[in-house]
Design a protein around this ligand. Structure first.
Ligand code: 13P
Ligand code: SF4
Length: 303
């Protein structure tokens, strides 16, 4: 099937099955363009919780589809590529959190949505990169455990000195590997450009940035500022929307290493197969799902 026919078939199947396609900002351009909604983790969770569709095709990684299923347990949630995962989400597990809670029962746990349903179930509240500051500030305790992203955690820690934030040692393999030296080199090549980075980048990169935010916040910032050139410190998938929104502005990726292999696994054909064969259905064990829902709903209420 050629691309044009495949796009038409996807549209037909979507209608026939009453499906909605949600895609993260890191997906390949063709997948972003076929999606009904493209956004950051927060927006996609909000949309998953309120959609009328019977089927949600989640073009993203496993924890995102799992969160959609927890938020909409009566819908069929499909992850087009069964092994599209997030290495950072695998850096913390429920057993480790239970051990922590046995030792420190009074310390609330904030978990980044990039985590498994089991981890969400053991946590007090979830957050995304766009609302982490608000969520941590909302907690009525002096000490907080933040899992699993040490970089997002330390970025928040800087802004909430009144709390002791204990950091887990997880990190995003894509963002963490960018160095301050690479940012400085990009700035030397493009001295007039503003540096926009994701808080999953390490501390030395975040310190050099002019703006730090989630994928959607970066896209929004570039659109509303009058500046004409930007150095981008997040996964290269955002360049698609940035260039679509701002055809006259220039965007330079800090490093080609800002490519998340898992986010790039989903093709148009995978979306077609997902709809055609109802694959791969995501389910979450009921007891875990109910407890994880509490953490997700607390987040959505504050966001
Ligand atoms: P958001 O900024 O869209 O929340 O993305 C974070 C991320 O790394 C998704 O994997
Ligand atoms: Fe996970 Fe990083 Fe890929 Fe996001 S970019 S899915 S945090 S590995």
């Amino acid at each position: 099937m050629n691309e044009k026919d495949m796009i038409q078939e996807i549209q037909n199947l979507k209608k026939e099955k009453n499906a909605v396609i949600l895609a993260h900002n890191y997906q390949i351009p063709e997948v972003q363009d076929i999606a009904d909604i493209v956004g950051d983790s927060l927006k996609l969770s909000q949309e998953a919780s309120k959609t009328d569709a019977e089927v949600i095709v989640f073009a993203g990684v496993h924890f995102m589809a799992e969160s959609a299923k927890i938020l909409s347990p009566d819908k069929r949630v499909l992850l087009p590529v069964y092994d599209a995962g997030c290495p950072m989400a695998d850096m913390v597990d429920a057993k480790a959190l239970r051990m922590f809670k046995d030792k420190y029962p009074d310390i609330p746990i904030v978990c980044y949505v990039n985590s498994s349903a089991e981890v969400k179930a053991e946590s007090d509240i979830c957050c995304t990169s766009s609302n982490a500051l608000k969520i941590v500030k909302s907690i009525k305790a002096d000490k907080v455990l933040f899992v699993p992203d040490q970089n997002l955690g330390s970025y928040i820690k800087e802004q909430v000195p009144e709390k002791e934030i204990i950091l887990w040692e997880g990190y995003c393999i894509t963002h963490h590997r960018v160095s301050g030296t690479e940012v400085e080199a990009a700035k030397k090549n493009h001295p007039d450009a503003l540096i926009l980075v994701h808080p999953e980048c390490n501390e030395e990169v975040v310190k050099l940035a002019d703006f730090v935010g989630s994928t959607a916040q970066i896209i929004d910032f570039a659109k509303r500022t009058e500046h004409e050139s930007f150095i981008i410190g997040t996964e290269m998938g955002v360049l698609h929307q940035l260039r679509k929104d701002n055809p006259d502005k220039k965007f330079y990726l800090i490093s080609p290493a800002l490519t998340c292999y898992n986010m790039k696994k989903t093709s148009l054909e995978d979306i077609y197969n997902a709809l055609k064969h109802d694959q791969y259905e995501i389910n979450v064990e009921e007891e875990i799902s109910k407890r994880a829902l509490v953490s997700l709903e607390r987040m959505l209420k504050i966001s």
